[in-house]
Design a protein around this ligand. Structure first.
Ligand SMILES: NC(=O)c1ccc[n+]([C@@H]2O[C@H](COP(=O)([O-])OP(=O)(O)OC[C@H]3O[C@@H](n4cnc5c(N)ncnc54)[C@H](OP(=O)(O)O)[C@@H]3O)[C@@H](O)[C@H]2O)c1
Length: 252
């Protein structure tokens, strides 16, 4: 077995019927993990990811939940643990800007929904998963956003603020759950997924490419490989870290 193998392990990837989550589910399965493919609206996408994993000889389960709902988020974890009998890896990937708004004109309802979808969802799933993760000496990987560093001016303010809260949650959990569970985060820059088909014009995407030292935007698999590294024993001494994946667009 190679050092990065996840053979015998179980992963739950939230929002893995699409985009970065789907690529992450596939990357973890390729390393030998059995994967719970969580989705909310993207049922067909989730079934497609499960089929792909099974065609490659792996095992996967599609599970639906609206993660803004406490009982659905909690039940998701219970169903996964009941099905696979353990949980080693939790990837809190689900998230969305929902709609664009400056903070100046942001309705309270949008602010609250942005926090529900981007950070409270991760809190609810994580809280339910902690007993199983502790038992497995597991790992949590949270998906943040470059906007945590740059701010969300241009309409992503509520989203950026919620992702900032998820960053602090990552750091808190990295200490609270140690030494049983390692907790890290990825901080993607511009990654070409359905997210941008909805929220960014093609012209703006071209500008992002030009502004990035590597001369292009990222793809979902490049984030998935970084998440798989943080999920694997190869990153055994990495805890509380924020891994930039942005082509050099923002340097800390
Ligand atoms: N693309 C980028 O440039 C970029 C950059 C930085 C960070 N990110 C982050 O990466 C993550 C994945 O985004 P993506 O780019 O792959 O875009 P995406 O395809 O739009 O994925 C968003 C995921 O979030 C899930 N989701 C949204 N609301 C939900 C809810 N109420 N309950 C449960 N799941 C919900 C969606 O599930 P359903 O489709 O099943 O409803 C979907 O799978 C997000 O957290 C995003 O903020 C993306």
């Amino acid at each position: 077995m190679d050092a990065g193998s996840l053979s015998g392990q179980v992963a739950l990837v939230t929002g893995s019927g699409t985009g970065i989550g789907a690529a992450t589910a596939l990357a973890l399965a390729q390393r030998g993990a059995r994967v719970a493919v969580h989705y909310h609206q993207s049922a067909a996408g989730a079934q497609g990811v499960v089929r792909q994993i099974e065609q490659q000889g792996g095992r996967a389960l599609a599970v639906a939940a609206d993660l803004t709902d406490e009982s659905q988020a909690t039940n998701l974890v219970h169903r996964v643990v009941a099905h696979f009998d353990r949980l080693d890896i939790l990837v809190n990937n689900a998230g969305s800007p929902l709609e664009r708004s400056s903070l100046e004109h942001c309705p309270l309802d949008l602010w609250r929904r942005a926090f529900d979808v981007n950070v409270t969802s991760a809190f609810l799933v994580t809280r339910a998963a902690i007993p199983a993760l502790r038992a497995a000496r597991g790992r949590i990987i949270n998906n943040l956003s470059l906007s945590v560093q740059t701010g969300g001016a241009g309409g992503a303010g509520p989203y950026a603020a919620a992702k900032g809260a998820l960053q602090v949650m990552t750091r808190t959990l990295a200490r609270e759950l140690a030494p049983d569970v390692r907790v890290n985060a990825v901080m993607p820059g511009v990654i070409e997924t359905p997210h941008h088909e909805r929220f960014t014009t093609p012209e703006r995407m071209a500008e992002y490419r030009q502004q990035t030292p590597l001369g292009r935007n990222g793809n979902a698999d490049e984030v998935a490989q970084a998440i798989a590294f943080l999920a694997s024993p190869d990153s055994g001494f990495v805890n509380g870290a924020l891994l930039d994946i942005n082509g050099g667009r923002f340097l800390r």
